[in-house]
Design a protein around this ligand. Structure first.
Ligand SMILES: Cc1ncc(COP(=O)(O)O)c(C=O)c1O
Length: 232
């Protein structure tokens, strides 16, 4: 059965998964290897170095894409590393509109790291789409929504914000950490990128730090895979 036909609970276990290519294991083995044997230079089975890709990470990425209803997933060493990759899609002078009560670490990376590289951030109350509309100009390249917000639990209407980006060269990213795809699927509501601190509800047991992105567009996926590999 194609992953897209599975119901949510089944996707959390089987979504995007295939028996392992090595010996047919139905549960993905943990490939604890940094590199892979090559028969000739470049002669490999799809994996050459584990920063670029690792079969266990691929299984996780496909699972994340499946539960968010996207086509491509990317896993990172933390939620902030996932955010870092998204902002690296931008150029100096580009503008970002973000919610004004987002997670403190997201605010910190925006203000204390990326503002130094010439990215301009506007923080507005996003409960009304008008406040967002007022900040949009020709330099706006990204709208960053976090809903529910951490810690205030404010709710932002993703569909209303997405309607502001139609026919514009503006990406809409949603931090879906607190809702999880069980309750909210931003890609179905018009977002281009879903981000997770999978450290939280997706991880579930307070025993790991993980970040994730999911998209539904090949070109955007290729740009993010490039950053994932190039930045590490
Ligand atoms: C909503 C939200 N986004 C992003 C992050 C950052 O994720 P991480 O701690 O996995 O880097 C957090 C962490 O608390 C968070 O709550």
């Amino acid at each position: 059965m194609a992953s897209k036909d599975l119901k949510f609970n089944t996707k959390t276990i089987h979504g995007g998964q295939k028996p392992d290519a090595g010996y047919g294991a139905v549960m993905p083995p943990i490939y604890q290897t940094s590199t892979y044997a090559q028969t000739t230079p470049g002669g490999h089975k799809g994996y050459e170095y584990s920063r670029s890709a690792n079969p266990t990470r691929t299984a996780l990425e496909n699972s994340l894409a499946s539960i968010e209803g996207g086509t491509h997933g990317m896993a990172f060493g933390s939620g902030l590393a996932a955010i870092d990759a998204v902002i690296k899609l931008l150029q100096p002078g580009d503008e970002v509109i973000s919610t004004n009560d987002l997670y403190g670490g997201s605010y910190r990376i925006f203000k204390r790291i990326f503002e130094n590289f010439g990215i301009v951030f506007h923080f507005v109350g996003m409960q009304g789409a008008n406040a967002v509309q007022e900040k949009i100009n020709s330099r706006t390249k990204l709208i960053w929504v976090e809903t529910p917000t951490n810690p205030m639990m404010n709710i932002i209407d993703i569909k209303a914000i997405a309607s502001l980006t139609i026919d514009k060269d503006i990406l809409l990213a949603v931090d879906n950490t607190f809702a999880t795809p069980y309750l909210q699927k931003p890609l179905e509501l018009g977002a281009d990128i879903v981000m997770h601190s999978a450290t939280k509800y997706l991880g579930g047991h307070s025993d790991t730090v993980v970040g994730a992105l999911v998209v539904k567009d090949q070109e955007l996926a290729d740009r993010l895979y490039f950053i994932q590999n190039a930045s590490g």
